[in-house]
Write a new protein. Structure first.
Length: 212
């Protein structure tokens, strides 16, 4: 990752991570040891920042001052955060540094992003409450789980998507721009752009008008 446009704190932290072989395996979709000391410490760092962020819920300051405070905290966790970003507390993630957010992103309460692999969210994306993105996954074979290894696959969400409440998106899924995922759906496969999907697992419902 280029360090030119991120905070010094995140840039220094990423340099430490990129020296960790297990981190490289994790990002490459290979089996890796999630309990590696560097990764364990990285998740703890994220929890400490998230605790501070989530403590701003019902902050005594003005709405604008609280928004500014939240942006400052998020920028210690997520490399690039636009001024228009709104993530309602409580918010949870694994590392933060693998999340990429476009402009005018809004996430309602209880957003969970397990960003063991990259999570790319486009411009003008909306999340309802209780949306969960899980890049982390495990083999169904028992022995690798006994050995403490797992893997992760990236998730991407295109511009202008609406991910409704209580939606779960699993590892390796790409959601095309302009799409809507209906409330309560579990998305296990890629979603074409400008479509509506619904259900468990999510299935095609209808096509939407294309716009530029």
């Amino acid at each position: 990752m280029s360090f030119s446009n991120v905070s010094t704190e995140i840039a220094d932290f990423l340099k430490i991570l990129e020296e960790c072989p297990e981190y490289t395996k994790m990002l490459n979709g290979e089996m890796y040891n999630a309990m590696n000391d560097t990764l364990f410490d990285a998740r703890h760092r994220a929890k400490q920042i998230l605790r501070e962020y989530n403590a701003t819920f019902g902050d005594s300051g003005s709405a604008r001052d609280t928004h500014t405070k939240r942006l400052l905290i998020l920028r210690r966790l997520i490399p690039l955060v636009d001024d228009s970003t709104i993530i309602e507390p409580p918010f949870l993630c694994d590392y933060g540094v693998s999340i990429s957010i476009g402009k005018e992103f809004y996430a309602n309460y209880n957003c969970t992003i397990l960003d063991c692999a990259s999570v790319k969210i486009g411009d003008r994306v909306m999340f309802g409450p209780n949306v969960s993105l899980y890049t982390a996954t495990h083999t169904t074979n028992v022995q690798p789980r006994r050995e403490g290894v797992e893997l992760a696959l990236p998730i991407s969400i295109g511009d202008d998507c609406w991910i409704c409440g209580n939606v779960t998106i699993v590892a390796g899924v790409n959601i095309g721009r302009g799409s809507t995922v209906a409330a309560g759906s579990v998305v296990t496969k890629d979603v074409d752009e400008f479509t509506v999907v619904s259900g468990i697992p999510a299935k095609f419902v209808k096509r939407l008008e294309h716009i530029d």
